[in-house]
Design a protein around this ligand. Structure first.
Ligand code: SAM
Length: 461
């Protein structure tokens, strides 16, 4: 991801961010950080960039011309998301950080003095973002806060793919208390459960502490958390059909749009997916109306899809069955040479599996979520875990088919999902009965309903 910061104090950004984790990510070219001095673009011969506000009032304002030219020097004719950091903006939070982390490129515009001439803001800014209800002297600290929070969500920046997943605000909970050596410090001992080595007990204890802390410190978050838990419990009565919604809610990316009785609509803004579960196609059509119009995909039951395609201008991408692995023990993996793939495998993956775009393939590789099967030192197949949580992206070279490699790759992925504490499930296209057969052989259960991934047809198509 590329960050461009438009500022009067580039050295402040460089000094602030070029050390530590973010600096290392820039050195390793996982992100790039470029600062642009707005003053370099002024046409005023003494380098002046500010002037008095019309109508009077205290302080000076940054003028439109240098800001506009600095911005155009970065974006040219491209449409780049441009954030003006301002106390008047949308409050910055973890959700917005995740949303911005999905961009390939981001411009951050730092104000100074009393702010910036409104006319240039109207021309170039796409988002107004505040880091809190207080006034800073300039936008540099705000831009640094945003870059730090966004960059650490980019796969590969933290090194350990899971560390950004278990922190405060993930799943609407604050993090549990943590302890390190020594075991006893000023007569205070580490809670004994953390010394037992019993992972299930430790996980339970941590969740309880997280819930307690959130209840006390952030009742607003706790309210959201308990609403989700309530819906997950309700959906779990028909787990095979509802696993996709349940996993999206428990992973923290799904937000409830609507939940009442048998009807629910969940939106996963991070991945641009809306999921609808309805007691009847009529109820489903009403729920689809509630979903954001700009979601990339809509996941619905097939009967609702049929009505939506006919009446509401959706297009079907893929009809599929949902398979669920309900046991807790890992599956045996027959093929022994399966390894995690890296960015060097991107070209191979995209050439063999065209519906994986280079951006998505890179995201999955950097997240460590694609695994390759090797034979005679050659990469001969792969499978992985989608960003929404399902196992998929299965491919085996023709010459190696019929040798159980596909089943080994699937089993390997299912074991990785189990390790992460989630429930493994797979969406198998109706057009691929061989893949359905593999799931059944591995012991996954097929859901009774059939499902459909849809997209909204554009006005012109
Ligand atoms: N006169 C402006 C107002 O009342 O909204 C405040 C200007 S402030 C002194 C100067 C610059 O600091 C702003 O243009 C903005 O870029 C940045 N800034 C100040 N507080 C901020 C905050 N809470 N979040 C984001 N940026 C902030």
């Amino acid at each position: 991801m590329k960050f461009h910061v438009l500022t009067l104090f580039p050295e402040m950004i460089e000094r602030g961010l070029m050390s530590g984790i973010i600096g290392r990510a820039a050195e390793n070219k996982i992100i790039s950080l470029d600062t642009v001095n707005i003053r370099d673009y002024t046409l005023e011969k003494h380098g002046k960039v500010d002037d008095y506000p019309y109508g009077g009032g205290a302080g000076m304002l940054l003028q439109a011309q240098p800001v506009y030219d600095a911005c155009r020097a970065v974006s040219g004719d491209r449409k780049v998301r441009t954030v003006y950091v301002t106390p008047q903006g949308r409050p910055f939070d973890q959700r917005l950080a995740r949303e911005l982390a999905g961009e390939e490129e981001l411009i951050l515009l730092c104000g100074h003095y009393e702010g910036i001439d409104e006319r240039v803001l109207e021309e170039v800014v796409t988002d107004y973002v505040s880091i809190g209800d207080y006034i800073l002297t300039g936008g540099e600290l705000a831009a640094m806060v945003i870059i730090d929070a966004v960059a650490r969500l980019i796969p590969g920046v933290l090194g350990n793919g899971s560390s950004a997943q278990e922190e405060s605000f993930h799943n609407d909970l604050l993090e549990y208390p943590q302890y390190t050596r020594p075991r006893v410090w000023r007569d205070k001992t580490v809670p004994s459960v953390l010394l037992t080595g019993n992972h299930a007990e430790v996980t339970r204890w941590r969740l309880e502490r997280s819930v307690e802390r959130t209840m006390c410190a952030r009742p607003d978050l706790y309210e959201k958390y308990s609403q989700k838990q309530c819906l997950i419990r309700r959906l779990s009565r028909d787990k095979r059909n509802n696993i996709h919604l349940m996993e999206s809610l428990s992973a923290g990316s799904g937000e409830i749009l609507y939940a009442s009785g048998e009807d629910a609509a969940v939106c996963d803004r991070d991945h641009g997916v809306c999921m609808v579960k309805a007691s009847s196609p009529e109820a489903g059509l009403r729920l689809l109306e509630e979903c954001p119009k700009d979601a990339r995909w809509y996941f619905v039951s097939r009967d609702l899809a049929e009505r939506s395609l006919r009446e509401k201008g959706f297009a079907a991408i893929c009809e599929c069955s949902q398979f669920l692995y309900t046991r807790r023990e890992p599956l045996p993996v027959r093929h022994k040479d399966i390894r995690r793939l890296g960015p060097e495998n991107l070209e191979y993956i995209c050439s063999r599996y065209p519906s994986i775009s280079p951006a998505y393939g890179k995201d999955r590789l950097l997240a460590g979520a694609l695994y390759g099967a090797f034979a005679e030192q050659q990469l001969v197949g792969f499978a992985g875990v989608h960003s929404v949580g399902s196992v998929g992206m299965l491919y085996v070279e023709e010459a190696y088919r019929g040798r159980g490699l596909a089943a080994s790759l699937e089993a390997y992925c299912i074991d990785r999902v189990l390790e992460s504490g989630r429930v493994p499930y797979v969406h198998v296209p109706e057009s691929d009965p061989a893949a359905a057969h593999i799931q059944e052989k591995l012991g996954l259960y097929r859901a009774g309903d059939r499902f459909c991934w849809m997209e909204r047809q554009s006005e012109t198509s």
